[in-house]
Design a binder for this molecule. Sequence first.
Ligand code: 5RP
Length: 233
Amino acid sequence: MNPDDLKKLAAARALELVRPGMRLGLGTGSTAKHFVDLLGARVAGGLDVLCVATSQATQAQALALGITMSSLDETPELDLTVDGADEIDPELRLIKGGGAAHLREKIVASASRRMIVIADETKLVERLGRYPLPIEVVPFGLETTRRAVATAIESAGESGELVLRRRPDGSALVTDNANHILDAHLHAIGAPERLATALNAVPGMVEHGLFLGIASGAILAGEGGLRLLGAIE
Ligand code: 5RP
C-alpha cells in the first residue's frame, strides 16, 4: 500500500467512531482530508453531524461535500476531533503544524471531549523533534520575537535553528490567522513539557505545535494493519 492508502485506512477506522448527532472537529492536512471525504459520503447518505473546521481549507472542503458547518462561537463544546499529526510519541505527545494550522487545531482539539489522531505509522517516533517544531508568531516585532523564542528554546535546554517559513515565491507564509511561522529545527526534544512552558511565556508567540496531554488516542496504519494507541472508543 502507498502512504496515501495507509492514511485513508486510518481515516476509515476513525469514521467508525462517529455517531449520529455528534459535534465534530475536523482536522487539516492530507490525512484529515481523507476523513472529511469519507464523512462527506456518510453525510450524503443521511448521517446528521455538526462540524467545526480547523482551517479555511478544511472548511471549504467540508462545505463542498454538503457537511453542516458551525463555529466554536456557536458550538463551543465538541464530542470528537479527528486530525493528523507530523509526529506522535508513545505517550501520545504530538508535533503538529506542518500545514500551518496548529493554532486552530489546538483550540478545536482542546474544545473536544476526545481527540483522535490518524496517521500512517511512519509518524510514530521514539522521541519528538526530528520534524521541525512550528511556532506561530504575530508579524509585529518579528525579529524581537524570533530572538525571544531562540532564548526560550535555549533556556529549556534545547538547541537548533529557527527558520521563517516561506511560500514558494519566497515571501513569508501567512497563516489563516494572519500570522507567520517559525520552524524550530531541534532534531530531538529532550523535555517537551519544559520547552512548551518556556515558549508559552514569549510575548508575540501565539501557539507552538507541541500538543501535550491533548490527544486521547491514535489510529496508525501500516503494512501490518492498524495499530491503536491510547483510548480510541
Ligand atoms: C496541519 C497539521 C497536520 O495534521 C499535519 O501536518 C499532518 O499532515 P498530513 O496528514 O498531511 O501528513 O498539523 O497543521
